[in-house]
Design a protein around this ligand. Structure first.
Ligand code: FEO
Length: 162
């Protein structure tokens, strides 16, 4: 069954959102490098790569359905943050936003009775659960341990193991 034009457009839009996410995390990685927090920079660089994979997975899906992929322009990400907590709070809020986007795609696939897209999106629903949990738990840790250098050092070292 042919994928609809509206679903193709919505997935292309999500491909852009995933590349935008990748850039946001790459910019966060650059911010942490500049602060000397190399563990957090490493964590964000990994996140950047994951987002590129999310975009590629959508691209491959559209290819599989014989639909046209539009390679998007990527938005320039924010460069500066007030501190590590600000960065991870922003990342957490961003993942909640991405989850809401994925849910809208699911709603659309259900409305269109597009079972193949519903099945493909299941992976993203699960992935978003993990992404929110990962970023949210780092926010909690930063809030719990506080902003002093000793706490930052501990969390930075922990995140270097990702
Ligand atoms: Fe691709 Fe972090 O959502």
């Amino acid at each position: 069954m042919k994928i609809s034009d509206s679903m193709t457009a919505a997935i292309n839009d999500q491909i852009k959102a995933e590349f935008d996410s990748a850039y946001i995390y790459l910019a966060m990685s650059a911010y942490f490098e500049d602060c000397g927090l190399s563990g957090m920079a490493h964590w964000m660089k990994k996140q950047y790569k994951e987002e590129v994979e999310h975009a590629e997975k959508f691209i491959d899906y559209l290819y599989e359905r014989g639909a046209r992929v539009i390679i998007p322009e990527i938005a320039k990400p924010k460069e500066n943050y007030s501190d590590a907590l600000d960065v991870f709070k922003t990342a957490y809020a961003h993942e909640q936003y991405v989850t809401s986007r994925i849910y809208k795609l699911v709603d659309m696939a259900v409305e269109e009775k597009d079972y193949a897209t519903q099945s493909m999106l299941k992976w993203y629903v699960d992935e978003q659960l993990e992404e929110e949990d990962n970023t949210g738990s780092i926010v909690s840790k930063l809030e719990f341990l506080g902003k002093d250098n000793h706490s930052l050092y501990i969390i930075d070292r922990e995140l270097s193991a990702r």
